[in-house]
Structures are given as C-alpha cells and as structure tokens.
Design a protein around this ligand. Structure first.
Ligand SMILES: *[C@@H]1O[C@H](CO)[C@@H](O)[C@H](O)[C@H]1NC(C)=O
Length: 256
C-alpha cells in the first residue's frame, strides 16, 4: 500500500509537468515580445506575462503547461508605451493592453511573424507547432527544441526585398520593419466582405478552393522561408509535430 501511494504521487507529479519555453532576442535592437492564448480553445496558460521588453541578446524562460492550446508568441517593433498604450504603441505587432497584451483581445496588429503551438498532455496526440507568415512578416524567427524534433524557421529579413504593394510599415529612417501578407496588404472589397483567394476566406475556405497559386506573392514568402506558413493551408511543409511523450522544451529565437 505504501509503495502504491508513492507511485500514485509520482504519477500525479508526472501528469502535471510543464515545459520550459525560452524566448531569445538575438536581434541587435530591443523588441517587445508578446503572447496570446485563445481562451475559446483552452484555458491553460503559460506562467508568464503576455508581453515584455527584451533588450538585444537577452532571453527569458518560463514554464508552459503540457496542455497549452492555440498559443502564440510574436514580437513587436519600435514600441513606445508612454502615451495611450495600445495596439498603435508599436510600428507592428502591437496589441490591446499596451506592454502586456489583454488576455482576451490582445492579438497582434499585422504584419507580425507568429510562432504558434498546441501542446498535448495526451501521449497519443503530438505537440503541434509552426511559424506563420499568414499575418505577414515583421522579424526573422526560429522555433527549436531539445528533443531533436524539426526546426521551423524563417531566417531571412523579408522587409527590404518585400514586393512594393506589401512593403512596410517603415521606421523613422525609412527602413521597412515588415512585409504584409497579400490578405492584409491587398485588402479589397472582396476580402472585407469575406470572400478572398488571398485570405482563403468565403468560397476559398478549403485547401481545394484556395490553392497557393491563387495567393498573390505567395512565392516571395515561401521561397525565402520554406518551413513557415506562407498561406493558410501550408500544413504539408510548415506544420511540425513532436511526440508529446518527449515533453520537449522549446526555444523561440528572434533574428536567429
Ligand atoms: C516616447 O513618446 C514620448 C511621447 O511622445 C516621447 O516624449 C518620448 O521621447 C518617446 N520615447 C522614446 C524612447 O522615443
């Protein structure tokens, strides 16, 4: 009986383990990382603020529950929260809330490179993770891990060579700090009414009716960053898995 109860205690400890996430700013400038959990999908959240300032070449580490679902981390550029802190406090990636993004409405203003995870506590279901340019690009990024699972990365600065209609926003020196996706940058009557080949919306909301060939400038993003989502249905080349039993720790590096 004694041994059984020890085993039970150990099992319950194992069942509540968490992963260690590290977010490293390897950019030669300050950025403001941000985090969001879609609370409509899951209630487990990381043990860390939803936004922070990261000086160049600094990192933070925090624990993330095994059952973190629909979570995302991105970074904001050129922020100043001194007046009216909110989505427009940064040139891109800003969120409702200011420095710390609102837990319900604090998604980032595009364009922003997104790192996305749905972890799993069920040994039969793997972790899923990806880098996404579906909301555009604002920084190079890499997702790596300590268990030998695939690396997702986009380590090219997509700003300077971004196609003209998508280029920007620009900083005070005129440098492009982002490259919008066609869905956002070429917003038209049809995308706002919900029927857009660039956004895979409306009648284009399936892989069959939204081929990558119908998404303008798809190849600019995909050829430079083949292991990142360049449109909504890029699962085959950009969605990665890691056995949840491996309990991988993940590192997100900006400007890898
Ligand atoms: C932030 O904005 C305030 C108000 O506009 C300004 O006074 C301050 O110089 C800005 N800070 C930086 C670091 O640019």
């Amino acid at each position: 009986m004694k041994l059984f109860s020890v085993a039970t205690v150990l099992a319950s400890i194992a069942a509540t383990t968490a992963r260690t996430f590290t977010v490293f700013n390897a950019c030669p400038f300050t950025i403001w990382p941000a985090m969001f959990t879609d609370l409509n999908v899951g209630s487990a959240v990381p043990n860390f603020a939803n936004g922070w300032q990261a000086a160049s070449f600094t990192s933070v580490s925090f624990s993330v529950p095994d059952n973190w679902r629909a979570g995302r981390i991105w970074a904001r550029r050129d922020c100043n929260f001194s007046q009216n802190p909110g989505p427009n406090s940064c040139l891109d990636g800003g969120c409702n809330g200011g420095l710390v993004c609102d837990s319900r409405t604090g998604t980032g203003v595009p364009p922003a490179t997104l790192a996305e995870w749905t972890l799993s506590a069920d040994p039969n279901i793997p972790d899923n993770y990806d880098l996404s340019l579906v909301d555009g690009y604002n920084l190079p990024a890499r997702i790596s891990n300590n268990k030998g699972c695939p690396v997702a990365q986009c380590n090219v600065d997509l700003g300077p060579n971004c196609p003209a209609p998508l280029k920007g926003p620009f900083d005070s020196t005129g440098f492009p700090v982002g490259c919008k996706s066609a869905c956002v940058g070429l917003a038209s009557f049809f995308s706002w009414t919900g029927d857009s080949a660039n956004c895979c919306s409306g009648s284009h909301n399936t892989p069959q009716t939204c081929p990558s060939s119908g998404v303008q400038f798809y190849s600019y993003f995909k050829s430079n960053c083949p292991t990142a989502y360049a449109y909504a249905f890029d699962d085959a080349t950009a969605l990665f898995t890691c056995p949840s039993s491996a309990k991988a720790d993940y590192t997100l590096t900006f400007c890898p």
